[in-house]
Design a protein around this ligand. Sequence first.
Ligand SMILES: [Zn+2]
Length: 241
Amino acid sequence: MKKLISLSLITTSFIFASSHWSYQGHTGPKYWGDLDEKFKMCKIGKNQSPIDIKKEVLVKACIKPLKISYNSKAKNVLNNGHTIKVNVESGSYLYIDGKKFELKQFHFHTPSENKINSKHYPMEAHFVHLNNKGEIAVIGVMFKVGKENKAITKFQNLLTKQINIKKPIYLTLKADELFPKNRDYYRFNGSLTTPPCSEGVRWYVFKEPVEISKEQLKLFEKIMGKNNRPTQPVNARKVLY
Ligand SMILES: [Zn+2]
């Protein structure tokens, strides 16, 4: 009986995973670059994400506070088989050097993908922004276990193991609720952390984590499982702070 259940789970994930990549086994991160010609950057890229943000790669710089202006609502939430993703209506922006990047979606990884001082946090959220040239900027937010996270409370009852079912949510995006009080960040160049692993992504990871209750974290872990790509070589890059 047990065998039967696990077999049906495997079949389901094969049917729904868009290009048959996963976080484990023969379609796991080690093999992403071989699964599809379009995924080759996963294998040959030199500026891949995530990374271990540690002392050796840090460079002190005069970096400006992030200009974030979120004024929209979340549209829906879904489990796409790789992550829990919240899609966002237009109207929320991140401004970088006078360029306007629009927030498209945010999603979650357990444990964190980026490491800080060689340590994982139990969860990391990625807020994905695009500008009108198709360039990508991602804000990474770390979670540590503590108080209940009020923003997550607003949609946690919609989280499900069922794949690709979009559930409408009613959540006004407020940077104050989603992000830590202290917005000091690490800045580096990297890539998407999932296939096709495209590079040229501007990364901003807040130094201060936000809190999530143990029960909330368990819920994400139960639904997503381990969905972190291992950290990648930093190579010639530096992390500004
Ligand atoms: Zn991500």
